[in-house]
Design a protein around this ligand. Sequence first.
Ligand SMILES: NC(=O)c1ccc[n+]([C@@H]2O[C@H](COP(=O)([O-])OP(=O)(O)OC[C@H]3O[C@@H](n4cnc5c(N)ncnc54)[C@H](O)[C@@H]3O)[C@@H](O)[C@H]2O)c1
Length: 388
Amino acid sequence: MSIELRAATESLTYGMVGGGQGAFIGEVHRKAIGFDSSAELTCGCFSRDYKNTLATGTSLGIAQDRLYKNYKEMAEVEGRRSDSIDFVVIVTPNASHYPIAKLFLERGINVVCDKPFTVTTAQAEELVELAERNNLTICLTYTYTGYPIAKHVRDLVVAGELGDIRFVNAEYPQEWLSTLLEETDHKQASWRGDPDITGLTNSVGDIGSHIENMVSFMTGLKIERLSARLDTLVAGRKLDDNVTVMVDYHGGARGLYWCSQIAVGNDNGLRVRIFGSKGSIDWAQENPNYFNLCYLDKPLQRISRGRDALSPLAQSFSRVPAGHPEGYFEAFANIYKAFTSYLRKLKSGAAIEVEDKEFPTAADGLAGVHFIEKCVESSRSDSAWVKM
Ligand SMILES: NC(=O)c1ccc[n+]([C@@H]2O[C@H](COP(=O)([O-])OP(=O)(O)OC[C@H]3O[C@@H](n4cnc5c(N)ncnc54)[C@H](O)[C@@H]3O)[C@@H](O)[C@H]2O)c1
């Protein structure tokens, strides 16, 4: 290992709750953190099943005395250690994010939490306040904000390249819940179908939250009011699987969102189209190294990461030359790269610049949960318009 890499790994450590063998996103987080040797994993409670935690932790080379039976013990013991972790990564199902994050924040440990942040706005507000009071940082892993091209889109829109934004059309279709998969032993589907574990909604919380976050990230638009319809189109399902939302933004722009888990033929089709008075942008997550840019009365252009000049900030997150696709892992790694650089700067006492916070924050998490809650509220009142 080079001296530079060793310095990077030795300066920050982290623990993980969730992400045991058989889980999905925890392993993605670990690989993403490993991409830039952003931090070293030193402890964990990877599952409610201690045998799984032991097996997962042992395979990752973690000392047995730092493999915990439950997250409460982990927060308690880690909070007291002189070499305590710099941050904890929470990759458990939705409803457990709040109690786990709360406990680690109370023990003085920074938090990385996957989305949705919590299941109620009140919980999210409490965590934001707790982190502020204890001088701690929360990072929300809204993955897609890590793509260099998404950052470039944001920088173009903020610079006014599209003129005044008039309309946004965003969608996130998937097909994986086209049948009652939650009634099989499918690990990820079964908790998503259970309101006690997933929260008030399934598809808005799971993928609608990515739409809300990406549009907000790329345009800076703030929602003034919305009208939502949460449908359950597979018979026997407890929660929504297909959702449409009309949105009015402050300032007059309009939006239309659609997320679906019953859209046969679609994998992870997050797509954002932004229409302004001077031009438009069309970006799709499954082809994240490119986007279409069109100025009024000009030919359509395809912008390519690596080939075309991106904004300096976006460029700094690009890793390989054009035509070598960067994807999901790199997007995740970019979030960790920014978050851990920020923590290192804080630790060293160096001055923090605005661009150091180039990762999704607790405020983004709170906005996401508020959006989810308002969609449910509207849908329960026959899609009435509700103010944010
Ligand atoms: N950012 C993204 O793109 C993205 C993608 C997928 C999932 N997610 C989010 O990540 C979270 C996890 O999703 P998943 O698909 O990996 O779920 P999963 O079911 O595959 O994994 C969850 C893990 O948490 C463990 N767990 C549950 N309760 C626990 C507890 N109290 N203590 C310790 N471990 C516990 C389970 O044993 C399992 O290992 C969800 O909130 C989901 O919305 C985000």
